[in-house]
Each structure stands twice: as C-alpha cells, then as structure tokens.
Design a protein around this ligand. Structure first.
Ligand SMILES: [Zn+2]
Ligand SMILES: [Zn+2]
Length: 415
C-alpha cells in the first residue's frame, strides 16, 4: 500500500530547495550584519506558553494548534509561531542578565491546523527576528529598513510594507471600548464570528473579511494614541521616510495576536491570491513580563518562507556539475573512484557512474546533468597514466596526467 504525506504537509523538492537556500542564506547574512545572533528553539512547548502569549481568544489558540497529551499528561503543542518560544528561552536562560539587549533570529518549521490553500500549509517555515531590551523607535525603524534591504537583495519588487500603531496599555483600553460600542450598535449586520468577538476581542472585527465593507467608518487606533505612543509612531515613520523606505499607513491593521502594541506591520506582495501577506510583526512590550520574565520591551518580525518562494516565482536551476567521471571497464572503475574522491576534495562538484556503461551512454548522462567536462578513464589511458578530458561545450578533447592537481589545473584553464 502506498503511503502519502499528511494533508497540509508537503515535500520541498530539488529545484525549489535551491530557492529556499538562497532565501535563508541572504537572511542570515543580513541579520548577522545587523547584529543578530541565531537561536534554535524546540518545536514542542507546553500548550500554556502559546495560550498565555498569544491569548486564549486568538484564532491560533482557539482553532489551529496541534495539541496533544504526553504520556505523563502534560499538554504539549507543536509551536504555531516563534516569538513565544524565543521569549521563553530568553527568560529561562537568563539572557536579560547577560546583555541589556538581545537581538535573536531563527529559522524553522511552525505548525497550524489551517485549511490548506495556495502557499499555505499546516507545516510552514518562518524566518524571524526578535529584539529584546529596546523600546526606542530607532530599533522599530531599523527592523523595517532591514526588511526593505532583504526584499531588495532577493529582487522581490512587489513587496509592500503596511504599518500601524496599536497603542499601549494606557491608550488602547479607551479605543477598545469605543470600538466595542461601535460594533455593539451594528450587531445585527455583523457576521457570527464578529458577534462572538465583540465582547472578547473587538479589535478582530476590523480584520474580518466578511464585514470589511460594513465597518469602513469604524474608529481606528491611530486617532486614540496617547502622547507617548503618538510620538513613538511619528518618529518611526520619520526615520523610514528619511531613508526612503516606503511604508503605507493601514489604520485597520490589528494583527492576529493579543501581545502586539505600538508599531505593527505587515508585508504584502502580489501574486499570492486573497491571502497576500508574506509576513509581519511588531512591538510586544508586555510579553516578556506576562510570561514571567522581567519588564523588558520587545519587537520583531516573521516571514513565511513558502509565501516568499511563491512571491519570488523564480525557478532556480540546479547547481551544474563541473565534472562527470566516466570509467570504462572494471579496473578503470576502481581507479576512477579514488580520483573522484580526490577531485571532490579539490572543490569540484562531480558525479561518477559505474564502469560497465558504454562511452556513449556516459556522455548522454553527463549531458543530462549539465556537466562541463567529462573525464574518460579507460584501460588504455590507465596504462599510460593519463585521462582524457572532454570539454562538453567546446567539443574538444585533451589528455592530462592522471593526478588530481593536474586535472583541476587543466579543467580550470579550459573553463
Ligand atoms: Zn499609548
Ligand atoms: Zn465578521
């Protein structure tokens, strides 16, 4: 019986993995340049970590988490996002005691039981970064500059950054109440989900797709910011404007998680269908304390790798081979096998196949692999202590001594 992958889980095959590597390497290079260090956190955490961090009433916690009981009864969850785990690790390992500021990045798989659709899977991958210990607007602006640099480096011209401020503990309650009153008055016209949200999480009414048209005149947070939040937001936007990083104000953006405050942002790109976000993030100043840590502010982002790959839409060519080794006959095969090892040590990307094939079939295979050169090792050449190097593009042949350094020299010269 054939066993297939689980629904919503997929294989990333050669041809696409090259794009992934390019995305990951570009991210690493950039993040390290901006002062970040990599952190690797486990894929499994206690359920309560996400419930407390994201909020019990968020879609993630209510509907999307893979949660199961361990044998000892502990309720465990496959991480649906990275921030909660990074903050847990930050607190648990006492990183705040070592450095006043921690800049951390991660790459890895996340799990959410959503309806699978274009570019959206139940196991998906994120590139994320968190800054803990900075509350100044400079660092918020720096994160967005970094993202703009990243999209430029990838050649992702359609990426657009939308920004909003979600206020703080001082100014959001008044806004929340105003929005609750607004939604309450329109209860009959709003969808069933929104009716549930009115009391528990009225902000979510603003990102309801069904009711978007009906709530166009809803009050927005930016009109309710306290003096400190207003100043913070103005500075972030001024710094970005000065650096010519284009951001669009989206006053209706609320982000899915309860822990965000002040700066919030989303990155959207074209060609992704209705769900056009490729990532997002924002400030979460109360999160570290709410998870039992010290009162340390935080800000960060996460990008969806599958979404980025889809937005890039560039099929990456597989890396070509420098050399294909074609032994002819058994004695030649053993000698060619050792030569292949030596040449790979010299840094050549190389393939070798068994000696029982004809030269014609070796050449066909080398052509298929896109090898630039074929090394023909036959009994005759062996007895002379040489190999034949065939240039697949120039269709020329030359003979070289059978030792790795001479072959590498000959190949490099002919390239
Ligand atoms: Zn405020
Ligand atoms: Zn609704």
């Amino acid at each position: 019986m054939k066993i297939n992958a689980v629904k919503g889980f997929r294989d990333v095959l050669p041809g696409e993995t090259e794009v992934w590597s390019r995305l990951e390497e570009a991210a690493r290079r950039l993040l390290i340049g901006y002062g970040y260090a990599e952190i690797r956190v486990p894929a499994v955490e206690r359920r309560e970590l996400f419930a407390r961090a994201a909020g019990e009433t968020t879609d993630i916690v209510e509907k999307q988490m893979y949660t199961f009981d361990d044998v000892d009864g502990t309720s465990l969850t496959l991480r649906p996002e990275g921030t909660a785990s990074v903050v847990r690790a930050y607190i648990e390992n006492g990183l705040h005691g070592r450095e006043p500021v921690s800049k951390l990045f991660y790459l890895g798989a996340m799990f959410r039981r959503e309806r699978p659709q274009k570019g959206r899977f139940r196991q998906f991958h994120q590139i994320g970064a968190e800054v803990l210990g900075r509350e100044d607007p400079l660092v918020d602006a720096e994160l967005l500059v970094l993202l703009a640099e990243y999209f430029a480096a990838l050649g992702l011209a359609t990426a657009r950054i939308e920004i909003n401020s979600l206020g703080c503990a001082a100014c959001r309650p008044a806004y929340r109440e105003e929005l609750r009153r607004y939604a309450e008055a329109r209860k009959q016209t709003l969808c069933a989900d929104c009716n549930r949200r009115i009391e528990r999480n009225p902000l979510r009414v603003l990102d309801c797709k069904l009711d978007a048209e009906r709530t166009l005149d809803a009050p927005v947070m930016v009109d309710f910011l306290c003096a400190a939040c207003g100043e913070h937001f103005r500075t972030v936007r001024a710094l970005l404007a000065a650096e010519s990083v284009a951001v669009t104000l989206n006053p209706r953006m609320v982000r899915g998680l309860d822990y965000y405050c002040r700066t919030a942002f989303e990155i959207v790109a074209e060609g992704l269908g209705a769900q056009n976000a490729i990532g997002g993030g924002g400030r979460y100043d109360g999160l570290v304390a709410s998870l039992g840590g010290p009162s340390v502010p935080g800000v960060g982002f996460a990008l969806g790798v599958e979404r980025l790959v889809l937005a890039l839409r560039v099929p990456e060519a597989a890396a070509p081979f420098d050399v294909f080794v074609a032994p002819l006959g058994d004695p030649a095969e053993a000698r060619a096998f050792r030569l292949a090892r030596e040449l790979r040590r010299e840094g050549l990307r190389l393939e070798i196949e068994p000696g029982r094939k004809s030269l014609k079939s070796h050449l066909r295979r080398a052509d298929k692999l896109g090898a630039a050169f074929v090394l023909i090792v036959g009994d005759e050449e062996l007895s002379r202590g040489t190999v034949v190097i065939r240039d697949m593009r120039g269709q020329r042949q030359l003979e070289a001594p059978l030792d790795a350094p001479s072959i590498v020299r000959a190949v490099r010269r002919a390239q």
